[in-house]
Design a protein. Structure first.
Length: 229
């Protein structure tokens, strides 16, 4: 069996200790989860086994790509697979790290980022608002329930244009591959707004691949136009 065949048949999707020819020690998962690239191997460093498992189980390839790097077999000196007991220890260690997260602080940071986005939208639409062509309202709330964080309320933003209403509804902060998601809906369709980095909001659509666009005044006006006309 060649080294390539060994990794594809005996190592993929199993945690292992990799000793690289450079002397570096890496703990991770070698996987072949991209159907469109069946000959490529990827390495995911297992600093968060639970996150990896969630991504793997939900089939979130974009999230997996963020954790993965293309893996060159020729760079490996030797590899030792984890046994079931070591897998258990790794999982328990990851659970301890998860418990250290300040979930109240995460919720507050998420709510603050929503407020910052709404403030930017107010700046984008300042002219039309002052001229009486549209109005915005953030008095409505939506209830969100998330694991670890619990149940809380977040502000919605509504844009009133004549008889049309566009709503921005927060969906949550524990989103795979993002710090948060808001659904923007109008009479003629909807689009996602995601937060790949804190306070770095982007429009996103699956076509079927996930595509994102930076939110600017001009692009926001274009999206509004598409959602109402």
């Amino acid at each position: 069996m060649t080294k390539t065949e060994y990794f594809h048949s005996g190592c993929d999707n199993k945690h292992a200790k990799f000793t690289m020819k450079s002397g570096e020690i890496i703990y991770g998962v070698v996987t072949t989860f991209f159907i469109e690239e069946p000959s490529e191997l990827y390495l995911i460093k297992s600093n968060n086994l639970i996150e990896y498992k969630k991504l793997e189980e939900t089939g979130n390839k974009e999230g997996l790509r963020k954790l993965a790097a293309k893996f060159n077999i020729e760079d490996v000196e030797n590899v030792t697979l984890f046994n079931p007991f070591e897998e258990l220890l790794l999982k328990k260690q990851t659970e301890v790290e998860e418990k250290k997260v300040d979930w109240d602080a995460r919720r507050e940071k998420w709510l603050e980022s929503i407020s910052n986005l709404y403030s930017s939208i107010g700046d984008f639409l300042k002219g039309p608002i002052e001229n009486g062509f549209l109005k915005i309202d953030t008095s409505n709330k939506v209830q969100i329930s998330e694991e670890h964080i619990g149940t809380y309320t977040a502000p919605m933003l509504k844009i009133y244009i004549g008889t049309d209403i566009i709503s921005l509804e927060p969906k949550g902060t524990l989103i795979i591959g993002s710090y948060g998601r808001i659904d923007m809906k109008g009479p003629k369709g909807e689009i996602m707004i995601i937060e790949p980095e804190w306070n770095d909001w982007k429009f996103a659509q699956r076509t079927p691949k996930l595509e994102t666009w930076k939110i600017t005044k001009e692009i926001f006006e274009e999206v509004i136009s598409k959602l109402v006309s």
